[in-house]
Design a binder for this molecule. Structure first.
Ligand code: ADP
Length: 333
């Protein structure tokens, strides 16, 4: 942000907002335009407006009507830029901020990976050396450490991947994949975790679906993210069902739970980064980037992802992947 005119602009704007009249308004406009010409961004302007408002609140107490002050503060931006420009520049600036935040998070994750890998390796070795009874204290404690470390690892990988998408350095490698085999293998891997959470994991494949073009590791990442979310919100003693079926040249994979569900007004927002709709006090772990990453990965596969959900009844997360061709599993490949 250019600070050449920022502080003066903030002062002039505050003067105008406390009622210093037309001359103060003209001065604020003039300084604001100079500042924008010198590289001040839309978000910087918004931040200055915010700070000026706070100063006004301090100077005037609660005498002034909030809506009126907000309107006056918005006049400058509206007069200087079209609504489209404001939105477009604000979006670009927000993306740069997001990229920087993610790059920072990715660097932190890289640093944390080395000690985490040694925790995982040493705990695995301890399990081999001690061969404890899995139901005994030592066995359960070692399993807890391994489970916690792998959950942490998965979350850090999500952050690193999200940063990769944002900077354009993450790419996917498509190959011919038999989705039935992939789903069966993945469910076997996820099953012990589901069992530990007291949830039954069902895979429903009437026939083996046709081959698809996918990056198998990334596809597993999407499904496993959705299953982990479902596990977090599934009702105790409940179940999660995974379905896969062909529809109009696509494979549709669906992860259905019968848990908390998502209120209608939040369903459109949950695929945005950092959006978490359940109150913090419910202490559900997560960063709010799992679904944003799923959406990026599905889009990279030329598919789409959406949710059908009802609060209190559960959620079905569905996504499509293009079929590879007419060949069917077990047929010609
Ligand atoms: P995280 O799980 O780390 O919070 P996500 O991006 O995966 O981040 O999910 C965003 C939010 O969407 C969650 O915090 C939760 O509020 C909601 N959500 C996701 N999956 C489900 C689900 N299966 N049932 C209910 N709410 C869900």
């Amino acid at each position: 942000m250019s600070d050449a005119f920022g502080p003066e602009y903030r002062r002039a704007l505050s003067d105008y907002l406390v009622g210093a009249g037309e001359a103060a308004l003209q001065r604020a406009h003039q300084l604001g335009r100079k500042a924008m010409a010198a590289g001040l961004g839309v978000l910087d302007v918004a931040a200055i407006h915010h700070e000026s408002l706070q100063e006004v609140w301090r100077r005037m107490g609660s005498d002034r009507d909030a809506g009126g002050v907000m309107k006056q503060a918005g006049d400058f931006l509206r007069e200087s830029l079209s609504a489209f420009e404001i939105t477009h520049r604000g979006y670009q600036e927000a993306n740069v901020l997001l990229r920087h935040a993610l790059e920072f998070a990715a660097v932190v994750c890289h640093e944390l990976r080395t000690p985490l890998t040694s925790i995982q390796a040493s705990t695995g070795l301890l399990q081999e050396i001690l061969t404890p009874d899995p139901a005994g204290n030592v066995g359960r404690l070692l399993a807890n450490v391994l489970h916690g470390a792998s959950a942490l690892n998965a979350r850090m990988n999500d952050l690193v991947d999200m940063a990769g998408f944002q900077s354009g350095s993450l790419s996917i490698h498509l190959e011919r994949v038999a989705p039935g085999q992939l789903l069966r293998r993945l469910c076997e891997q996820l099953e012990p975790e589901a069992r530990r959470a007291g949830v039954e994991l069902g895979l429903n494949l009437l026939d083996d679906p046709a081959w698809i073009q996918a990056d198998p590791r990334r596809l597993e990442q999407v499904i496993s993210n959705l299953v982990h979310n479902a596990l977090k919100f599934a009702a105790d003693g409940g179940r999660i069902d995974i379905h896969a079926r062909e529809m109009e040249g696509h494979l549709v994979i669906e992860v259905q739970d019968y848990g908390k569900g998502i209120p209608a007004q939040d369903q459109g927002r949950i695929f945005q980064p950092y959006v978490r709709v359940h109150p913090q006090r419910q202490r559900v772990p997560g960063f709010g980037i799992g679904l944003a990453l799923c959406r990026q990965l599905v889009h990279a596969h030329h598919g789409r992802i959406w949710v059908v959900s009802e609060a209190g009844k559960g959620s079905a997360f569905k996504f499509t992947l293009p079929l590879d061709g007419a060949a069917r599993l077990g047929g010609t490949s």
